[in-house]
Design a protein. Structure first.
Length: 129
């Protein structure tokens, strides 16, 4: 799909939420995120299609992962709809409509245990996808 940028230049936008979720996972891995999981939420909730979960080891790393994911999606023509938790940096949530990215510190990841909460959602093999 071609869309126009703010300067009117056409750019390609990734069609699939799955492709974008896998891109987010790869960017998190490139920035040394750990325990990266992509959950397929399509049969579990109507709100989102995919969750991307990653763990960072420091405030700086959590910020870097979140910023690099946003830059990668922006380069694909995507726009972040919202972000929460950036200042506290324990759990940063970025909303891209059908894809939601969660970047946690270790304690928040263990406490909220989204993989357990959404245990019905299949885990996707983003490294091979």
């Amino acid at each position: 799909m071609r869309i126009a940028t703010a300067r009117g230049e056409p750019t390609l936008r990734m069609e699939s939420g799955l492709e974008r979720a896998f891109l987010c996972a790869r960017v998190a891995a490139e920035n040394k995120g750990r325990d990266i999981v992509v959950l397929d939420m399509r049969k579990v909730t109507v709100l989102y299609d995919f969750f991307v979960l990653a763990t960072g080891s420091s405030r700086r790393q959590i910020h870097t992962i979140a910023e690099e994911i946003d830059a990668a999606l922006h380069a694909e023509g995507d726009t972040r709809l919202g972000i929460e938790g950036y200042e506290a940096s324990k759990w940063v949530v970025q909303d891209y409509g059908d894809v939601v990215v969660h970047v946690f510190n270790e304690e928040a990841r263990a406490f909220y245990a989204l993989e357990d909460l959404w245990a019905d959602a299949p885990k996707l093999d983003w490294e091979r996808g």
